[in-house]
Ligand binder design. Structure first.
Ligand code: 8X3
Length: 248
């Protein structure tokens, strides 16, 4: 039997790795029929072979790709906007406009496009929930963070606006803001430079993707009148975006 008939549907973007993949796994374990969406289809196919649900190829920068996702999901209880990321750590004096454009597209426009496309499906569920993975960078600035912090602050503004505009409708909006989580995030930021990427997490115990998935699972399993507005989650060894305690 098609499990989407009896289970609430959860769409997870960026589900091919990291926080997205961990969230897909966790929500499947929580009883959701997961629609795992991302660009890397081979990884999605392997994931749904394990956890069930459906794989959908998605590039959040492409409106047609987002429309195809929406067409495949007529009813959606939970949308986890996880697709996003950072490129570079250059000061604004040396900003790479292409990096900035990419960060705006995946973090801001991508969140807008997917949310807008799935709003009818979220409403159709009678109890929809939008969870957006933002970042400590959505609320703090740090040196070299320019393009990413600007995009993530914009994502925060988008979510605050959305919560106002959806007031009175059966849709919750939750923003999840992780600090250091060891995923492919830094590898993408530093263009595949593994040494530089792993140095970000050196000498401290970062969060793992499952820690963030745990927060998401908690937020979406509260009674439906309870809206968790925002979850800030960091490793114990991290106080702010830039203050961390590393082993000597
Ligand atoms: C990732 C966290 O501190 O690199 O969203 O901006 S940080």
């Amino acid at each position: 039997m098609d499990d989407s008939v009896r289970k609430p549907v959860a769409v997870v973007t960026g589900a091919s790795s990291g926080i997205g993949e961990a969230t897909a796994r966790r929500l499947a374990a929580e009883g959701f029929s997961v629609v795992a969406a991302a660009r890397r289809r081979d990884r999605l196919d392997a994931l749904v072979a394990e956890i069930g649900g459906t794989a959908v190829t998605l590039d959040v920068r492409e409106p047609e790709s987002v429309a195809a996702l929406a067409a495949a999901v007529p009813v959606c209880a939970v949308l986890v906007n996880n697709a996003g990321g950072a490129r570079g750590l250059a000061p604004i004096a040396e900003a790479d406009a292409e990096h900035w454009r990419w960060m705006y597209e995946v973090n801001v426009l991508g969140t807008m496009l997917v949310t807008k496309a799935l709003l009818p499906a979220l409403l159709a569920s009678g109890n929809g929930h939008i969870v957006s993975i933002n970042s400590v960078a959505g609320h703090e600035a740090y040196d070299g963070g320019g393009g990413y912090t600007a995009a993530k602050h914009a994502q925060n503004a988008l979510l605050l606006t959305l919560r106002l505009e959806l007031l009175g409708q059966p849709i919750r909006v939750t923003e999840v803001c992780p600090g250091l989580v060891e995923t492919e995030f830094s590898l993408v930021r530093f263009d595949g430079d593994e040494e530089r990427a792993s140095s970000v997490y050196e000498g401290l115990q970062p969060l793992v993707a499952a820690d963030v998935a745990d927060c998401i699972a908690w937020a979406v399993t509260r009674p439906e009148h309870v809206n968790i507005d925002r979850i800030d989650v960091k490793p114990r060894a991290q106080a702010t975006a830039t203050r961390v305690a590393r082993d000597a």
